[in-house]
Ligand binder design. Structure first.
Ligand SMILES: [Zn+2]
Length: 314
């Protein structure tokens, strides 16, 4: 295996793989020039998967990964994100799917066993690319936290705020900056999805493991309706296409989600599998990936970072 030097995980909330039904699935209805270019003309819809639940192109691999974790009910963000970022079956450990925030009981495990923490424990550098309005220790950030800021906090990487964002050294969770104008109550410098992708590629080029989280896809899914979904998918398509072109050649890029939602515009979470899109060196490490709990271990394996127990045996 060619080991990548570094990795970037782009977490995209609430994106599943549904039927290619253009009446309800924005991934079937929207123009997707960027994603189709990465996937050899195919789309993240069920009909385009091969017999192994994959799409394999020259440039990328897409794996349809189980997000139910063998637990009944509808997958939720708190347990789903925790599973994706740690490799632990957070829904089974908690006893059910829970969200949208990470339940208090799971936070110590998340802080200890997440991808960035494991990398830092192995002496690697880590980075969290998101700008947070309250970065720098404001406890309100953790009232109802998603998993990504908790992961960032666990390695001291929750450090980017407005100054970094407007200096081109952070990415807004919305990719573009409209929400920051709403949040701050005054006009802020705007960027295109392509600008944001190039910023993220530059940030990821400066650390061994980088995390970026995008949540609007889940918001759009909850709002329901095909129009909101089409706008969310169009922005994501432009962002991922530009990101794929901008990342350094030694970087493994993984794009994944916590549960389905956006792929069915009738609204609300689904039990559909979620995409795991892999680009760059290290895709061999994903050969056995079947579920969201396999993603963080595969990234660490690709980077030659082994769990402590295994390392002790060497
Ligand atoms: Zn949701």
């Amino acid at each position: 295996m060619i080991h990548p030097r570094r990795a970037l995980l782009v977490f995209v909330d609430g994106v599943g793989i549904g039927e290619g039904d253009a009446a309800h699935n924005p991934f079937a209805a929207a123009p997707l020039p960027g994603i189709e270019r990465l996937l050899g003309g195919r789309r993240p819809v069920r009909e385009h998967l091969d017999g192994d639940g994959r799409i394999v192109s020259e440039r990328a691999v897409l794996i349809a990964a189980d997000a139910t974790m063998g637990v009944e009910g509808t997958p939720q963000s708190g347990t789903g994100q925790t599973a994706l970022l740690t490799g632990r079956n957070a829904a089974a450990e908690y006893g059910r799917h829970f969200g949208p925030w990470v339940p208090t009981d799971l936070r110590p495990m998340l802080a200890r066993e997440n991808l960035l923490r494991r990398a830092a424990d192995a002496g690697r550098t880590t980075s969290f690319a998101n700008a947070y309005p309250l970065a720098g220790g404001d406890p309100r950030i953790f009232r109802r936290p998603a998993a990504p800021p908790l992961v960032a906090q666990s390695v001291g990487a929750l450090v980017r705020g407005a100054a970094e964002l407007f200096a081109g050294d952070a990415v807004a969770s919305s990719i573009t900056h409209e929400r920051w104008t709403e949040h701050l109550g005054h006009e802020v410098p705007q960027v295109t999805a392509e600008d944001a992708a190039r910023t993220l590629a530059r940030i990821a080029g400066g650390a061994d493991v980088t995390l970026f989280a995008h949540y609007d896809t889940d918001y759009s899914g909850h709002r329901g309706g095909l129009d909101a979904g089409l706008a969310a998918v169009a922005k994501l398509d432009r962002f991922l296409a530009a990101l794929a072109d901008a990342i350094p050649p030694d970087l493994l890029l993984v794009v994944s989600s916590d549960h389905g939602n956006l792929e069915d515009a009738r609204g609300g979470h689904t039990r559909n599998p979620v995409p795991v899109i892999i680009l760059g060196p290290g895709r061999e490490a994903f050969a056995e990936v079947r579920a969201i709990t396999d993603v963080a271990p595969a990234i660490l394996n690709a980077l030659h970072i082994h769990p402590p127990r295994e390392a002790e045996k060497d």
